[in-house]
Design a protein around this ligand. Structure first.
Ligand code: HEC
Length: 461
């Protein structure tokens, strides 16, 4: 109405002037409209507050994780990669899921593979009923917050629209996170061996780390394709080692006797340190609960002489006594089922020097001299680590990101299917960033306040 009145006077000049007024009004009008539009759509918020910070570091253009999952979430077109798209995961696809369904309601939620993969509260169901759905996202028990989950859930229930507001942004304020169930002793495996470190004490304000050599009582070679570990909370890590030939059979430790790494006053026990030089890594975890399955046809060989040195490290920063306890199940398969013998990969950089009050990035390349296929990788570092990336070095995939984490405590265990193939003369480069806020230099060492830079995993030739 107002605009018509403005151009109504018929004098030419006036008309020109009025046009100008009209144009200005239209301009003001449309920019008003833009201001009104500016509350972001729910999808924009999903992208900005959930996908970009929690997912895009791995699902980035050209990374191994992007190739494996078929999902590049680092570009502007994430919506079209997710909604209504069949998953790459064969099992989920065969179950009729799409990555995100736009059917809305419970049906939409039930048909959304992404929801299955992020919904931490259904973790037990995910792990037991869908063994082929891959890992939960983000991997490594780095669950989204309850607020983020609720926000995504209401968006999917509303049909996952690309525009419009369908979830309350307030929800995002809820920063609680799912915590996995408390320690529960493991049932012994149907086929295989169970190890158990019975409850032990960790003194207040003390880091207790010890080794305990355990006889496996096997009389012939066995093949393990699944390892489960369950620990009481408070563990920094738990690792299983075997001893290599350098140890000499006469020096092997006594069975079932704990060997402390540190005395009560914190000083190192040299006798224990000496045995550590002859360790070969077998398996381990920084999570209170681990279930580590090799793909069908792949298994570790444990020869008839094989025994394990169990290494538990608990950090007690409280003023009260803490109790530790660890169960390990080694599940075995028949030799006839084994096509590839998995070998352990353990690439460590011990040249660590982190100047006081500085952010330092260390690089180390490990090359192979014969072709290998890497099926799994995970990093190990301590509390000053802020980022750990691994890229391929050499060959036609030079520079491709294959591993990334910013979580030193729970680094994701990444499985690669197909495996990462490295040819002779190619390798992996570890790139690790540390933030040392202390007034002293930090170096390689075994305390959680020292640092490490290790890439663990398995491969076959
Ligand atoms: C540490 C790296 C990493 C992070 C972080 C990560 N992903 Fe993944 N994602 C992977 C890998 C590797 C796969 C393929 C294996 C699997 O499904 O477990 C995958 C698979 C997926 C799939 C299955 C795709 C398909 O079609 O089969 C979805 C969906 C997914 N991720 C969503 C997410 C979301 C959402 C986030 C953030 C909340 C996220 N991812 C964070 C590495 C990562």
């Amino acid at each position: 109405m107002l605009l018509i009145q403005l151009i109504y006077p018929l004098n030419q000049n006036k008309i020109m002037r009025s046009y100008r007024v009209l144009l200005i009004s239209v301009f003001i009008f449309s920019s008003c409209e833009e201001i009104e539009k500016s509350p972001k759509s729910t999808w924009d918020i999903v992208q900005e507050k959930i996908i970009t910070p929690s997912c895009s570091n791995c699902h980035v253009t050209g990374s191994m994780m992007t190739k494996q999952s078929g999902l590049d979430l680092s570009q502007d077109d994430s919506y079209s990669q997710l909604v209504g798209v069949p998953p790459k995961n064969i099992s989920a696809k065969n179950d009729g899921l799409v990555i995100i369904s736009n059917e809305g309601g419970m049906k939409g939620l039930n048909k959304s593979y992404l929801w299955e993969k992020i919904n931490a509260y259904d973790r037990e169901h995910f792990l037991s009923d869908h063994p082929d759905y891959g890992q939960m996202m983000p991997p490594g028990q780095n669950y989204l917050t309850d607020g983020q989950l609720q926000f995504v859930r209401s968006w999917i229930e509303a049909g996952a629209p690309e525009s419009g507001i369908v979830s309350e942004e307030q929800l995002l304020l809820d920063s609680n996170k799912y915590t996995p169930p408390e320690f529960t002793p493991l049932e012994p495996p149907k086929n295989g061996i169970q190890l158990h470190i019975k409850p032990f004490e960790v003194q207040p304000n003390f880091e207790r780390e010890f080794f305990q050599y355990t006889k496996l009582n096997i009389s012939e070679d066995i093949y393990a394709n699944r390892i489960q570990i369950e620990m009481r909370s408070g563990s920094h890590h738990f690792i299983l080692y075997s001893f290599n030939d350098g140890m000499g059979s006469s020096n092997l430790p006594e069975f079932d006797v704990p060997r402390e790494l540190r005395f009560d006053d914190g000083s190192y026990n040299i006798k224990t340190l000496r045995t550590m030089q002859y360790h070969d890594f077998f398996s381990g975890t920084q999570w209170p609960r681990m279930d580590y399955k090799l793909p069908p046809g792949v298994a570790f060989k444990l020869d008839s002489q094989f025994n394990l040195d169990q290494n538990s490290h608990y950090v007690n920063r409280t003023d009260s006594l803490m109790i530790g306890e660890v169960y390990t199940n080694i599940h075995t398969v028949d030799k006839s089922e084994v096509l590839h013998e998995a070998k352990i990969l353990n690439w460590a950089n011990q040249q660590i020097l982190l100047p006081a009050q500085k952010i330092t990035t260390l690089n180390k390349v490990f090359m192979v001299n014969k072709p290998i296929n890497i099926g799994q990788l995970f990093s190990h570092a301590h509390e000053k680590m802020t980022e750990f990336s691994v890229i391929i070095k050499g060959g036609n995939r030079d520079g491709e990101l294959v591993y990334w984490t910013d979580n030193w405590q729970h680094p994701p265990i990444m499985s690669y299917d197909p495996p990462i193939k490295l040819n002779a003369g190619e390798g992996l480069q570890l790139i690790t960033t540390y933030d040392n806020p202390l007034n002293r230099t930090v170096t390689f060492g075994f305390l959680s306040t020292d640092e490490m830079m290790i890439l663990f995993g398995w491969y076959y030739e």
